[in-house]
Design a protein around this ligand. Structure first.
Ligand code: SF4
Length: 804
């Protein structure tokens, strides 16, 4: 695509903004009335930003801070409380934010909407959308799979559609696309702030939109118009220089970064990209990088607005947004100093808490995995690593696409190498699957012939849905559960069992180009940059370096009518569809409030060792179907957790020594009214923003999780459901506590009553000899969160405050 001359396309909005600018200069007052010439979103942003500047003066701000702070409910209260008069905001301030919209995927939307319904409001306070993407199985191909998915899940889709009609939400039907791709194509606009009930929501940061992955309870806060709270993140700067070349792609940047920072490195940070290298990236490439910021635990990631962002907006038929963004960036604020202009980039001289420099020209392709996205190996060393680690050399399947990597650029780059291989008479040796991220991208790739190239090569086109990325992959290649095998995907996550439910499948993450080229070799030791293949007529074939187009030459095709969004005003007469006999959906019963004393008589249900991700706590795959039915889905709680004392998976022992699965024992204890806690190691709850991982333990009777450290979203989710997350002051205290020990809290009730102020200890009575020990623990409970815990859950508190 040719760059677009934004100035020559300036329209009415921009002219009006410039006129307003002149008026403003003449008036020279602190009135904001002239901003009404900006579109409403930017008018609001302008007014809040002016307040931020009034409070923080000439303080240099990163782009993330500018957008985030300009979404505060009360700027002064959030930025000046406990922050050394605004000098020390990051990591200290509790930001109470008012997002512009909420996006929800079908699996998490069920619980979010069930919670929203408990508040008895006639409509949502801000715009929101529902995307039916997670429940569609990938198996035989798009058409069959979509039909089967609709048939199997019609009850859930009917529920979501009826709730969308009742409360006035946008509804994207099954097959319309994957949430993050659809959001990027339709809702992301520079300067906006969104919440998404999915951990890869930061994808929209590729278009300078702050988007944070949250659980359903957080989404409900925004949906009812209450402020949503976030500890002010630190900002990790990544300065890019140079330009990607040959086989290196945006995916390789984030794969490399994941290797540098590990799955915990971004915790508590927003990752903000800057530097001249940014200007060389496509908008969708930037989105890929932001998408996988979730893999380093970042709160979110963001790129500045560039010419490529404007080109993407034009290509997705949003030329007006380009004009609005230009008008807004030229609109002066109070006093018309340089700082009064809101630019979609960091202020000159803004400081980062940490800064990483990456020269894109030196970046080589990377392959990350197996089983964790931060085990990063440069392609040049991958063959040796495979052999050294004795990973399978046979490649079983290659899967490209998903919300992470199905852009026009990705797919046309892949097309270039597929064409070259076809011309040489080669076919992929491993199964080759393609998942378009949305109907729009699918239809455009079909219009432009790219999909036909893949299908001619033997590629299997899956529906525009998550499918194999979320355990919804019914494999057709006969690889049985328990069989060690290797697959390559251009997805973003590769925890055990994530794709096909087989814990022994090793998923290696790479760019779509590398994933595809390796399918032709059928081998994990093939290096497409240096190695050759033999063609059927005995010649040597070496892949050319991939090349593609940033976007289509004419705007994106919007695809089939049936997949268009259903936007509607709220209809109070609409009945939300939930059958009383349903096994998929169940209305929620409120959790009981915190007792008016410290907790006592708790027992340790299980002590787990190693990784305990949200997949471990609440597995996806076949369990996705119970997302709207808390009692039914709770039967998977911690069912892949490793018992630290015995090494067994999904095994826990009752006080009489009888052996159970972990969820069975939890259910037994719930029936006996025996409250319990879990003891765990580091980064408990890493992975997807899965609130079921907090809801299920709570439903079954958990009151505390104590561990060495938490993943941010999960820690928040626990508090919202009334479970107290605590961490050991001394990590070695993990060794002092075992299953069956009795636990009482000391200081917890007082701390909660004092709005999160105060110290807490655990009094542990050892099961064997009755010995008592005191274990000091830490907490991150804010005033609001203390209120949630005391009320029994955030929802209990919220439904009281908004009841009509
Ligand atoms: Fe769907 Fe996978 Fe993207 Fe999540 S990461 S939205 S499961 S495609």
């Amino acid at each position: 695509m040719r760059p677009i001359d934004v100035a020559s396309r300036s329209g009415v909005a921009l002219r009006r903004a410039f006129q307003a600018q002149q008026l403003h200069r003449v008036a020279g007052s602190r009135q904001y009335s002239n901003v009404t010439s900006l579109p409403p979103t930017y008018e609001k942003l302008h007014n809040k930003y002016s307040e931020v500047r009034r409070v923080l003066g000439a303080q240099r701000l990163t782009l993330a801070e500018k957008i985030l702070y300009s979404h505060l409910d009360n700027v002064e209260e959030s930025l000046l409380n406990n922050t050394n008069n605004g000098r020390d905001i990051r990591g200290k301030a509790n930001l109470k934010l008012k997002p512009d919209r909420v996006n929800m995927q079908d699996a998490s939307a069920q619980m979010a909407l069930l919670q929203f319904m408990s508040c008895n409001l006639p409509q949502t306070a801000i715009p929101a959308s529902i995307h039916c993407d997670h429940l569609i199985v990938g198996s035989k191909g798009a058409e069959d799979d979509l039909q089967a998915g609709i048939q199997t899940n019609h009850e859930v889709f009917d529920f979501l559609e009826s709730a969308a009609k009742k409360y006035g939400l946008d509804f994207w039907a099954p097959g319309a696309g994957i949430i993050h791709q659809t959001v990027l194509e339709n809702y992301a606009v520079p300067g906006l702030m969104m919440l998404g009930t999915d951990s890869h929501s930061p994808n929209a940061g590729g278009l300078s939109t702050i988007t944070i992955g949250v659980g359903g309870a957080d989404a409900v806060e925004a949906l009812v118009g209450a402020p949503w709270e976030l500890k002010a993140p630190k900002v990790l700067g990544v300065r890019l220089t140079g330009k990607l070349s040959n086989w290196a792609s945006p995916k390789d940047l984030i794969l490399h970064l994941a290797g540098l920072l590990t799955v915990r490195g971004g915790t508590g940070y927003i990752v903000e990209y800057s530097g001249p290298g940014v200007e060389t990236l496509s908008c969708t490439g930037m989105a890929t990088i932001c998408n996988m910021g979730a893999e380093i635990g970042a709160t979110t990631s963001i790129f500045p607005y560039t010419e490529a962002s404007a080109r993407y907006l034009e290509a997705t038929r949003r030329g007006q947004a380009v004009k609005n963004a230009a008008a807004f960036q030229s609109f002066p604020g109070v006093g018309a100093s340089e700082d009064a202009y809101f630019k979609f980039k960091a202020d000159e001289g803004a400081q980062y808490d940490e800064l990483i420099e990456i020269d894109l020209s030196k970046l080589e392709p990377h392959i990350n995995g197996p089983h964790t996205p931060d085990l990063s190996t440069p392609l040049s060393q991958f063959k040796a690593t495979v052999q050294e680690q004795k990973w399978p050399e046979k490649l079983s399947a290659s899967l490209i696409g998903s919300c992470t990597n199905s852009s026009y650029e990705d797919m046309t780059r892949v097309e270039s190498i597929v064409r070259a291989a076809e011309e040489a008479g080669l076919k992929p040796k491993a199964d080759f699957y393609v998942t378009p991220g949305s109907e729009q991208i699918r239809a455009t790739l079909e219009r432009d012939g790219t999909l036909q190239t893949f299908e001619k090569a033997g590629g299997i086109l899956l529906s525009n849905a998550c499918g194999p990325c979320i355990g919804q992959w019914k494999r057709q290649d006969g690889v049985e559960k328990g069989t060690v095998n290797a697959i390559l995907t251009s997805y973003n996550r590769n925890f055990r069992g994530r794709n096909d439910g087989n814990l022994e499948t090793m998923n290696f993450l790479a760019s779509p180009e590398i994933v595809t080229a390796m399918a032709y070799a059928g081998s994990t030791t093939f290096n497409p940059v240096t190695d050759s293949l033999t063609t059927p007529d005995g010649k040597e074939f070496k892949f050319p370096a991939p090349h593609g187009l940033e976007g289509p030459k004419t705007p994106f095709d919007i695809g089939k009518d049936v997949f268009k969004v259903a936007s509607q005003p709220p209809n109070p007469n609409e009945q939300v569809a939930i059958a009383p006999t349903s096994e998929r959906l169940a209305l929620l019963e409120p959790f009981e409030p915190f007792p008016e004393s410290d907790l006592s008589g708790l027992k340790v249900l299980v002590k787990v060792s190693g990784k305990c991700t949200t997949d471990t706590i609440s597995a996806a795959g076949p369990w996705l179907k119970y997302k709207g039915h808390l009692p039914n889905i709770s039967a998977n709680t911690l069912n892949t957790a490793v018992n630290a004392e015995t090494g067994e998976v999904n095994v826990a022992y009752d006080l009489d020594g009888s052996k159970h699965t972990i969820p069975e024992l939890a259910k037994l204890w719930k029936e006996r009214n025996q409250p319990w806690l879990v003891v765990a190691e580091h980064n408990y709850g890493e992975g997807s923003a899965r609130e079921h991982a907090a809801l299920q333990p709570r439903y079954l009777g958990a009151r505390i999780i104590v561990c060495k450290s938490f993943a941010r979203i999960h820690e928040t989710n626990l508090k919202k459901q009334g479970v107290v997350p605590l961490t050991f002051v001394n990590e070695q205290d993990y060794d002092k506590i075992v299953a069956g020990d009795e636990v009482a809290t000391v200081g917890l009730y007082e701390m909660l009553q004092n709005g999160g102020q105060g110290e807490v200890q655990l009094k542990v009575t050892k099961r064997g000899n009755g010995e008592e020990i005191l274990i000091p623990v830490k907490h991150q409970v804010s005033k609001d969160q203390a209120g949630f815990i005391l009320a029994g859950s955030a929802l209990n508190l919220l439904s009281k405050s908004v009841s009509v």
